[in-house]
Design a protein around this ligand. Structure first.
Ligand SMILES: Nc1ncnc2c1ncn2[C@@H]1O[C@H](COP(=O)(O)OP(=O)(O)OP(=O)(O)O)[C@@H](O)[C@H]1O
Ligand SMILES: [Mg+2]
Length: 252
């Protein structure tokens, strides 16, 4: 860690019936760190993000964001504090245009509650959304329904929607999943450049080890709900247990 912790997770545990999806997770993340989470399918990566962002409730443990306890808060309250996320499967309104999706994200961010499916299109908001479309390089798709744009554009839109509100701490759940290998670096370059401008702390879940090595300075490896290894990328990726349980069983 390089600065004061923005996130401090202690003894975080989540049980789903017989499955222990998170087991005594201890992790601290410093301001402006770029952290990559790796782990085999079912290791508990999404569960960890769901717990921190309020989409799942822990069985035990504590999650502090800048000293404030997040356990018990609703997702929208956590978002309002500046802890934002994107989803493994983009959560976009497929029949609506790319711009309207962003307008809705702005509406949610401004009011803190679902404003209905009709975006509130004030001129300022449209201008702000067009700015985001440029930052994420998807302005060419402005008026296309989200259902028909390429998967890379949909992923970028989902991430842009997650950052419509000023995010201090941003979780990206598999930002490059479903994107062709040759497009992954371009998508990550756009995302990381956009987030660097905002000085956000970024935690991203990723299966592609080439992406992890390029963008994640710190790597946290999950296995069966536990943290198997946590540290600089080279050390974690070289760890024999990580090779056995994570990178050796990479998803096809
Ligand atoms: N809502 C739920 N109800 C029951 N079990 C769940 C639920 N969500 C997750 N699990 C279980 O918890 C474990 C961790 O799942 P999780 O989705 O966090 O894995 P993951 O590391 O994100 O995997 P993937 O790489 O496939 O996305 C799995 O065994 C999963 O089946
Ligand atoms: Mg997942």
């Amino acid at each position: 860690m390089t600065g004061p912790p923005v996130l401090e997770v202690r003894r975080l545990t989540k049980l789903f019936d017989q499955v222990v999806a998170a087991r005594d997770i201890d992790v601290s993340i410093a301001t402006e760190e770029i952290v990559s989470i790796i782990g085999a399918n079912g290791a508990g990566k999404t569960t960890f993000v769901n717990l921190v962002t309020g989409y799942a409730h822990p069985s035990a443990g504590s999650i502090r964001f800048r000293g404030q306890e997040l356990v018990g808060l609703r997702p929208r309250d956590i978002t309002r504090l500046g802890v934002c996320r994107s989803f493994q499967v983009p959560q976009v309104f497929s029949t609506m245009s790319v711009l309207d999706n962003l307008l809705i994200a702005y509406g949610l961010a401004d009011s803190g509650r679902r404003a209905g499916l009709h975006p509130l299109a004030s001129r300022d908001r449209v201008a702000a959304c067009e700015g985001l479309l440029r930052v994420y390089r998807i302005e060419a798709y402005r008026d296309r329904p989200a259902a028909v744009v390429p998967q890379g554009v949909r992923k970028l839109l989902d991430i842009a929607m997650a950052t419509a509100r000023e995010a201090t701490l941003l979780f990206l759940d598999e930002p490059t999943s479903g994107i062709a290998t040759e497009e992954k670096f371009a998508v990550m370059d756009i995302v990381m450049a956009a987030l660097a401008q905002r000085k956000a702390t970024v935690v991203f879940i990723e299966h592609d080890i080439d992406i992890v090595e390029r963008y994640g300075t710190r790597v946290v490896a999950f296995h069966e709900g536990r943290i198997l290894a946590d540290g600089p990328a080279a050390g974690v990726l070289g760890d024999s247990r990580v090779r056995e349980h994570v990178t050796g069983r990479r998803r096809a």
